[in-house]
Design a protein around this ligand. Structure first.
Ligand SMILES: NC(=O)c1ccc[n+]([C@@H]2O[C@H](COP(=O)([O-])OP(=O)(O)OC[C@H]3O[C@@H](n4cnc5c(N)ncnc54)[C@H](O)[C@@H]3O)[C@@H](O)[C@H]2O)c1
Length: 257
């Protein structure tokens, strides 16, 4: 076991974090920097998050040319060690018969097309060096059916499955690809849908064995593990970070005592 590092470190690594202006992506970017990585944040937002003003690339992960630019800028002397794909948008959360196809398609594009483009472009940098770690972000909606989440659930199931396909294709080339499936995490995305009354916060905590929402930092620490040498033999994994949500088989406990 002497090859296992004594602590998680990303010192000297170059990392791209998409969707890094808010929520989970911002927590990942900040934590990776704390662990020693040189981080480029990429996001659609007009303004860079505090502390990342000189390490920010504005762009849309759905755009091939934008993603090529993000990856190019994140790489130092052509080398990119890590990419974490956090860009995502919420679903319409209205009954299926009221949903519009444009929003449906946009959710698919940001999540699935965006993750594909980032992985493909990052892979182009990593494969020749036989080294790299990609972390994709799915959701518990990738693991089971959720009413009204047609596009979101399908896109996240696609992300989880694509992660496995990439891991199998690149496993022999030293590039690891893993996925995190978060449960409900307290980010602006979730806070907005809670405020709009589209989700019931009380029912979320009741349905979650750990009886609370997760914090963005709790996804960042899982991402750091997967991106680091601590996970040197982990690839193709879909890791739920969900307070037990996906372990719980029922919608409520019906036992009387
Ligand atoms: N918060 C949760 O409970 C939860 C649960 C499961 C999965 N997720 C996933 O985690 C990821 C981060 O979500 P969050 O909760 O931090 O949301 P968030 O809204 O706080 O952050 C998402 C970020 O992605 C950016 N973004 C959106 N579309 C983009 C695009 N086309 N190109 C580049 N950037 C874009 C946004 O500007 C924003 O900064 C998403 O993929 C989301 O689906 C979140």
């Amino acid at each position: 076991m002497s090859d296992v590092p004594s602590h998680i470190s990303l010192a000297g690594k170059t990392a791209l974090v998409t969707g890094g202006a808010s929520g989970i992506g911002l927590a990942v970017a900040a934590y990776f920097r704390q662990l020693g990585a040189s981080v480029l944040v990429a996001d659609l937002a007009d303004t860079a998050p505090a502390g990342f003003e000189s390490a920010y690339e504005r762009g849309d992960v759905c755009s091939e040319s934008d993603v090529i630019r993000m990856v190019e800028r994140a790489a130092h002397e052509g080398r990119l060690d890590i990419a974490v794909c956090c860009a995502g948008i919420a679903d319409q959360l209205v009954p299926t018969v009221e949903q519009d196809i444009e929003t449906w398609q946009r959710v698919l594009d940001v999540s699935l097309r965006g993750t594909y483009l980032v992985c493909r472009e990052a892979g182009q940098r990593m494969l020749p060096r036989a080294s790299g770690a990609l972390v994709t972000i799915a959701s518990v909606t990738a693991l089971g059916g959720f009413p009204r989440r047609n596009a979101y659930g399908a896109s996240k199931a696609g992300v989880a499955h694509m992660t496995k396909s990439l891991a199998c294709e690149w496993g022999g080339s030293g590039v690891r690809v893993n996925c995190i499936a978060p449960g409900y995490i307290a980010t602006p995305m979730v806070e907005q849908v809670l405020e709009r009354g589209r989700l019931d916060g009380r029912r979320i905590t009741e349905r979650t064995p750990m009886r609370r929402l997760g914090q963005p930092a709790e996804i960042a620490s899982a991402a750091a593990f997967l991106a680091s040498d601590w996970a040197s033999f982990v690839t193709g994994a879909v890791l739920p970070v969900d307070g037990g949500w996906s372990a719980f088989g029922g919608s409520g406990d019906v036992a009387t005592s």
